[in-house]
Ligand binder design. Structure first.
Ligand code: NAD
Ligand code: UGA
Length: 458
């Protein structure tokens, strides 16, 4: 098979796997190879048991795998062959030295740049797919152009906006694709090459072009704005609980103003996921490094409010269960950071479970897809925890249920059966506002929902 060009993606994670599967499916004329240092991940991508759960991903992978989509651990070979390299490695928060707890840890990123440099014998376009601090492309260019020679590297920024649980839908029909480049002749030529790839399935008007710094900063900004909306609505949920206003009614009322819009106004136990917190803290660090302390404080408050919302949930459980949960069994329904994913990174469920364990509760963790990751997250906990996939069994003999992920299955359970199997008085804390609170109250539950007046029998 003769391909038009060879595309390589370094990093076969939540972003690298699905994004490259979509490009390969939509552009059969390109050969797309995804490489990773993690052998197991690559083996899983080559099997029927994919390393991540994402609705529709198995079908998408099957469309292209073996035709023009390949998963491999041969990184150097992949780099040599490639004309276009997407870099999609992880960029976690730095946990050591200068900027610890705030700045992005760019060691995986820089290692990749050096590896590209030492294995290249022809010109290449390098595409930043990972989320990176603004002006990272400059560092990338410096490393890539540090060798003497005639090979040219053009660095583009093409941040990814997919959300987990809807990745395939988001990739197939994105709100926009953002491509930033240098505004030189070579930069614009490289930009056009990438535009041409996406134009195979994305309407041209949805492909936004910008300078490279704007593209880098827009990604951090988009996540900061999204997280800010969640913190804004969550901040008001506490006021609703105190005043008998209802957060869902308030969200609906403000969201019908077309200037505000109705999305991302769902009050919850807090936002989780691998990116919101790390990206905002990275933004905070960048602002501080430019001496913009007021801007830094403003964005940092979004993260602090989120931490408070998680803590508040535990304290609310404690105070309503007669100020003690020691020795009481609590069923945690949902451990993933949102529905339709097995991902538990930064899941509020981790912090809430830990908070309950600190109070010496006995916690049964249940989730349809995330128990493998939950076991890893809680591997250091020796006592007081059990992992039970069946929600009915998890709730049997429990004093309370805490719904922490908005899985659809939790809306369809037989709560009368569950109520009958629980210790009385039975409590339910709906951290996602997905249940019918009035019906639960009528069954005999004491019901506590986010941003709503409690429904208590005492
Ligand atoms: P991930 O941890 O799932 O995957 C990253 C992969 O890179 C891992 O499999 C790791 O083994 C591999 N890797 C690291 N160093 C490598 C190297 N030198 N050579 C080869 N492989 C290497 O991370 P992710 O969730 O896919 O996120 C990747 C980037 O995309 C991050 O910057 C993240 O902020 C951003 N992002 C993530 C999402 C999301 O939904 N997860 C969405 C948009 C953007
Ligand atoms: C988010 C962004 O939505 C993506 O655009 C971005 O690409 C991605 O981060 C990233 O950079 O990693 P993701 O974290 O997968 O995607 O999921 P979201 O749907 O944004 O949800 C994040 C968290 O906020 C979840 O815990 C979710 O339950 C919570 N949330 C979301 C709310 O509590 N209320 C809402 O109204 C919306």
């Amino acid at each position: 098979m003769i391909y038009k060009k060879n595309i390589l993606c370094i990093g076969a994670g939540y972003v690298g796997g699905p994004t490259m599967a979509m490009i390969a499916a939509k552009c059969p004329q390109y050969k797309v190879t995804v490489v990773d240092i993690n052998d197991k991940r690559i083996n899983d991508w080559n099997s029927d048991n994919l390393p991540i759960y994402e609705p529709g991903l198995d079908v998408l992978i099957k469309t292209a795998r073996g035709r023009n989509l390949f998963f491999s651990t041969e990184i150097e070979k992949g780099i040599k062959e490639a004309d276009i390299i997407f870099v999609s490695v992880n960029t976690p928060t730095k946990n050591f030295g200068q900027g610890a707890g705030m700045a992005a840890d760019l060691q995986y990123w820089e290692k990749t740049a050096r590896q590209i440099l030492s294995n290249s014998d022809k010109d290449k376009i390098i595409v930043e797919k990972s989320t990176l601090p603004v002006r990272t492309a400059k560092a990338m260019e410096r490393i890539l152009n540090s060798a003497s020679g005639t090979i040219k590297f053009e660095v583009l920024s093409n941040p990814e906006f997919l959300a987990e649980g809807t990745a395939v839908k988001d990739l197939e029909n994105p709100d926009r694709v953002l491509i930033g480049s240098r505004e030189t002749e070579a930069g614009l030529k490289a930009r056009n090459e990438l535009v041409d790839i996406y134009a195979n399935w994305v309407p041209r008007e949805k492909i936004i072009e910008s300078n490279v710094w704007s593209a880098e900063l827009s990604k951090l900004t988009a996540n900061a704005f999204l997280a800010q909306r969640v913190s804004s609505i969550n901040s008001l949920s506490s006021l609703c609980e105190a005043t008998e206003a209802d957060i869902e009614e308030v969200a609906y009322a403000i969201g019908t103003d077309s200037r505000i819009g109705n999305k991302f106004l769902k009050s919850s136990v807090g936002f989780g996921g691998s990116c919101f917190k790390k990206d905002i803290l990275n933004l905070v660090y960048i602002c501080q490094s430019y001496g913009l302390n007021e801007v830094a404080d403003y964005w940092e408050s979004v993260v602090r409010l989120n931490e408070w919302q998680e803590k508040r949930f535990v304290l609310n459980m404690l105070s309503n269960m007669f100020n003690t949960v020691a020795g009481k069994k609590i069923a945690v329904l949902g451990f993933a950071f949102k529905a339709d994913t097995g991902d538990t990174r930064e899941s509020p469920a981790i912090y809430i479970t830990m908070g309950l364990l600190e109070e010496r509760a006995l916690v049964n963790v249940s989730d349809p897809k995330a128990l493998v990751n939950a076991r890893v997250d809680l591997k250091d906990i020796k006592d007081g925890i059990d992992f039970i996939e069946d929600p009915y069994k998890a709730a049997e003999g429990a004093h309370a249920i805490a719904v922490l992920t908005e899985w659809d299955i939790y809306t369809k359970l037989d709560y009368k059966q569950i109520f009958d199997s629980m210790v009385k008085p039975a409590f339910i804390f709906d951290g996602r506002n997905i249940l019918n609170h009035k019906a639960l109250f009528d069954m005999g539950f004491n019901v506590f929902a986010i941003g709503k007046a409690p429904l208590k029998h005492f």
